[in-house]
Design a protein around this ligand. Structure first.
Ligand code: PMP
Length: 406
């Protein structure tokens, strides 16, 4: 049973009507970026058609309208993630920007010998900024290992966590495997040792509504483009005390209180971290995307996507030679797999000819691929607008690819 009118939902997405290589598009690359409903497209068109203007500085009507809508969008993001204050919501260009902002700020807080913990399941954008941080500060990076099921080895986490740990950064959901990590437990244990926690919510945010106060997380980052919004905008939630402690990431207009050549004082939160003209339209469209997803309801989304995951997993495993990577019982609707003796890229190329969009490769998570000793996987990632009929088409296409390539 589907908890919403799936055919009505599909009508909201104009792109789902298009054909690819003579076949109806079957879009299963949602973990890379999600599709955009008409409601969000309308918000973008409305902005550029009716009140395109710079914010926070003009006295004229358009500037005030744009400022009001942008700040209203910040409030929507605040409500969605249940932040205590709207000024704890920093608009960024995306997850990568949010992580770099925090990592760069920690350079002034860490000293040689301090330790930072990362997990083996991270995306490159939650690895590289911290490596750069260790190079700057002489701090030490330690890695929480994973197991064959694609889960973190929690005994090792407890072994690695110590009074020297300053920050733990971990994704809520792995983009390569779909594993949902036990972030509640990690945050609690880290806090007991006095360490901060940054959660990369890029892959969780489209499926799970995180409550930053209930989680008691210090930083939570996500990208709008994975949640039915546009590219080039995202959110960094930070606890007030941390955002006050961190220095600004970029200098420029909008982030200052006063400037003379002798000295500059910085603006209050959130503007201290929002230098320059932001992605105004993007922020507003992000708000519209959250409205859209919340109108469907995250419980409904999760329940339906679980049906898609179970169905897709069962059907795929019926094909001889298929191996699925990451079989945690707690995972989002991501199936990362290979067929024995066949390169993932070849499968992706053939099924694209049949109109099916999946991702192939290392998914910006090379350490995971190294762990399994593979060059990459085929990753089908579902969204609430996918259907079991589409999964059937995908399975047929994979079977055809297998026959052709064997
Ligand atoms: N972290 C994870 C887990 C991701 O899946 C992604 C996007 N693939 C990112 C970070 C980076 O997000 P963005 O490219 O939107 O900055």
């Amino acid at each position: 049973k589907i908890p919403f009118e799936i055919e009505e939902i599909r009508k909201d997405f104009p792109i789902l009507k298009r054909e690819v290589n003579g076949h109806p598009l079957v879009y299963m690359d949602n973990a890379a970026t999600s599709q955009t409903p008409q409601q969000v497209i309308d918000a973008i068109v409305d902005y550029y058609s009716n009140y395109n203007s710079n914010i926070h500085r003009g006295v004229h009507t358009l500037s005030q309208e744009a400022t009001d809508k942008y700040e209203a969008a910040r409030k929507k993001v605040q409500d969605h993630f249940n932040a205590a204050h709207s000024y704890e919501i920093i608009f960024t260009s995306g997850t990568t920007h949010g992580i770099n902002l925090v990592a760069s700020g920690f350079a002034s807080l860490l000293k040689e010998g301090d330790e930072i913990l990362v997990s083996a399941l991270e995306h490159h954008s939650n690895i590289v900024p911290w490596q750069m941080l260790t190079a700057k500060t002489g701090s030490i990076l330690k890695v929480i290992p994973m197991n064959q099921d694609g889960e973190l080895v929690m005994e090792d986490f407890y072994r690695l966590l110590s009074n020297k740990t300053r920050i733990v950064f971990i994704n809520h959901v792995s983009n390569a495997l779909g594993t949902v990590n036990p972030i509640e437990e990690i945050i609690k244990a880290a806090h007991e040792k006095g360490a901060a926690v940054l959660v990369d919510g890029a892959q969780a945010a489209p499926h799970i509504k995180a409550d930053v106060q209930a989680l008691d997380v210090d930083f939570y980052v996500a990208s709008a483009h994975k949640m039915c919004g546009p590219t080039g905008v995202g959110v960094l939630y930070g606890k007030e005390e941390w955002l006050k402690k961190l220095p600004p990431y970029q200098g420029g207009g909008e982030m200052i209180a006063t400037v003379t050549f002798e000295k500059t004082t910085y603006a209050d939160l959130p503007h201290k971290f929002e230098a320059g003209t932001p992605n105004i339209c993007g922020g507003i469209a992000f708000g519209a995307a959250l409205d859209y997803m919340n109108s469907i309801g995250f419980d409904n989304i999760a329940a339906y996507e679980k049906q898609l995951l179970d169905y897709g997993t069962e059907k795929l495993l019926e094909i001889p030679g298929v191996r699925i990577y990451g079989i945690s019982r707690k995972k989002t609707a991501v199936i990362s797999f290979n067929i024995e003796g066949i390169h993932p890229y070849d499968i992706g190329t053939i099924i694209d000819k049949l109109g099916i969009a999946v991702r192939t490769g290392h998914h910006c998570a090379q350490p995971i691929m190294d762990y399994y000793g593979i060059p990459g996987t085929v990753r089908a990632s579902f969204s609430f607008y996918n259907t079991t009929e589409e999964i059937d088409k995908f399975i047929e296409a994979v079977k055809r690819a297998k026959t052709m390539l064997s």
